[in-house]
Design a protein around this ligand. Structure first.
Ligand code: HEM
Length: 557
């Protein structure tokens, strides 16, 4: 692989039986690959022995090279070696001690939500070093040296750590996994090993439950902005299926156990979950009850000896269900008419009477959307989360966390659409002009960017409020705003996929290839607009809830 070639050496490999090409000064042996090349072998034979960089970048994106490099690259041109030395490395970030850190979460025991220290908004810090492609609006603006009160060196370090993993080990394979409707189990396991699962619960980093920690951020520094950027960077894969596979079930199924589960239960089941050995999901929605949670019918009756609940009912559209060992399940313990005051939440373990079957859906293919039936399932009373008939509070507390997760993903997916479009519009020519030179294309990009940036600024503000307020106050005061932002994020996401598809044209209509992310995200939009509270319910709730809260705060009309 480390062989050096001159252009004259490469030129000798110009036959169908011995076919080399050059892409970006690296040399590839395509002799065997030509027969399986999806673009055809003749097109490769026409560039045999030559530098085909221009043609390559016309038809492919970076993921293809990353994926095929290990098997096809045989060396590099001698010219590359000569130039390699002076290549400027981005300046390393200044040591943490040299910078003033903004958010210093305190780790008092008994405080569940990471609370920022007093420094959080006192004085402005220097902007962080630039990071990423520097395409405007393709990353949050603090990646591009904008000043921000929310981020410090530990966020920059996590950003680099996650991006490296995503770009090298996830993104090149995402299309394959989506088509297979399954992500290898090893990837989920790595989520545990890398300490990411433990950091995604909206609580202080739980070192008492796992020995795994995140390499670039010490547990006591972990805050909600780390959690946000972890989800954000994972979403750069441009696959709702992948993100939901890794955090969709866990991120909403596990927090209620940690926050409302009895100590013994938590200590028994959490370590295996946080290591990535066991999986957990949230089971609320039913064939006949979605956003209308108060209407659910899956029943749990106390056994005569009072030691078990006997659960009977169905759950539908449950993310990750087919792979799960544990189900955080909303059940009716009250009378059929009891509404929201007859709901409880149980941690149901995969045991006799629990059946799961995979559902076929429009989008998020690799997320394992599941239909679950519970038939006379015996659940120990110790598995009750919170108090009997007070499960509505557990469900509501969880909604803010779930919705913020959805918002983060939608906004990054919107950025992915934007970024892909900018890159494509700068190489694709129509009517003798690059797409970027057509005002109609720039107009589409502008409408995407303005929605992304405005929504993201609202998101950062709300995450900051969650961090400052603590869980109960956040639940009472921010529900309306978070619901409004969820609707804002899903409409932005839908708009961006629609406009991106128009820019990519036929490439966004067929699966795979350069338009793969756009085609997939277009199909994923409904999986964001409907669950976690549909767009219509979110908009209505945003006003109803805010009016109620502000009335209590003394609103004058
Ligand atoms: C390292 C060398 C190459 C590899 C690994 C490679 C791989 C691939 C793959 C995986 C696809 C499927 C579409 C996708 O997933 O993007 C594809 C499509 C294609 N490739 Fe290549 N390719 C290589 C070089 C080239 C070169 C040098 C040319 C042109 C001279 C070329 C022309 C095409 C065309 C026209 C398509 C079809 C694009 C479409 O469907 O729109 N490829 N290639």
């Amino acid at each position: 692989m480390s062989k050096t070639f001159s252009t004259a050496d490469v030129a000798k490999h110009n036959k169908t039986t011995d076919l080399y090409i050059v892409v970006d000064e690296d040399v590839y042996d395509l002799t065997k690959f030509q027969d399986e090349h999806p673009g055809g072998k003749k097109i490769l034979q026409r560039v045999a022995g030559k530098d085909a960089s221009k043609q390559f970048w016309k038809y492919h994106n970076e993921g293809i090279l990353k994926k095929y490099k290990p098997q096809l690259q045989v060396g590099s041109l001698d010219s590359k070696k000569a130039e390699a030395a002076p290549a400027p490395e981005p300046a390393p970030p200044a040591p943490a001690a040299e910078r003033k850190e903004k958010v210093v979460p305190s780790a008092e025991s008994g405080v569940v939500v990471p609370a920022p220290g007093p420094a959080a908004s006192e004085e402005p810090t220097e902007a962080l070093d630039p990071f990423g492609s520097l395409i405007p609006f393709a990353d949050p603006n603090w990646y591009q040296s904008y000043h921000s009160p929310y981020y410090n060196e530990s966020h920059a370090a996590l950003r680099a750590e996650v991006r490296e993993w995503v770009e090298n080990e996830l993104e090149p394979y995402v299309t394959e996994w989506d088509e297979a409707k399954k992500v290898p189990d090893t990837i989920y396991k790595q989520m545990g090993e890398r300490g990411y699962l433990a950091g995604l619960m909206g609580v202080h980093y739980p070192t008492h439950l796992t020995k795994n920690t995140v390499k670039s951020v010490s547990p006591e520094k972990w805050d909600l902005f780390h959690e946000m950027l972890l989800t954000d960077e994972l979403s750069r894969t441009g696959s709702g299926g992948l993100v939901w596979n890794l955090i969709g079930g866990f991120g909403i199924g596990c927090p209620p156990v940690v926050k409302f589960g009895k100590k013994k239960l938590v200590e028994r089941i959490l370590p295996d979950i946080l290591y990535g050995d066991k999986r957990i999901c949230l089971a609320i929605t039913e064939p006949d009850a979605g956003s209308d949670v108060a209407n659910l019918t899956c029943e749990a009756k106390l056994s005569e000896d009072g030691k078990h609940y006997i659960v009977n009912g169905e759950k539908k559209w449950i993310t990750n269900g087919i792979w799960c060992d544990y189900f955080t399940t909303a059940v009716r313990t009250g009378t059929p008419e009891s509404g929201m005051s007859g709901i409880s939440v149980l941690l149901i373990e995969r045991t006799e009477g629990v059946s799961t079957r995979k559902m076929d859906c429009q989008g998020v293919w690799s997320s394992g959307t599941t239909y679950i039936t519970f038939e006379d399932v015996k659940v120990p009373v110790e598995n009750l989360l919170g108090k009997e008939n007070q499960g509505f509070k557990v469900v509501m507390t969880n909604f803010n966390h779930e919705r913020i997760g959805i918002i983060i993903q939608c906004l990054r997916f919107s950025r992915v659409c934007f970024e892909e479009c900018v890159k494509y519009a700068n190489k694709r020519k129509t009517f003798g002009q690059k797409l970027i030179n057509h005002p109609v294309i720039r107009l589409k990009l502008a409408h995407m960017a303005r929605q992304i940036e405005a929504s993201y600024a609202w998101l950062e503000n709300l995450v900051f409020q969650c961090q400052k307020m603590g869980e109960t106050e956040a639940m009472l005061r921010l529900g309306g705003a978070i619901a409004g932002l969820k609707a804002q994020a899903t409409t932005t996401f839908e708009f961006c996929t629609k406009e991106a598809a128009q820019i990519f044209g036929g490439l966004a209509y067929s699966r795979g290839g350069q338009g793969a992310k756009i085609e997939r995200l277009y199909r994923d939009t409904l999986a964001y607009k409907i669950p976690g509270g549909s767009e219509e319910i979110m908009l209505d709730l945003s006003i109803r809830q805010s009016m109620r809260v502000h009335k209590a705060l003394g609103m004058k009309l």
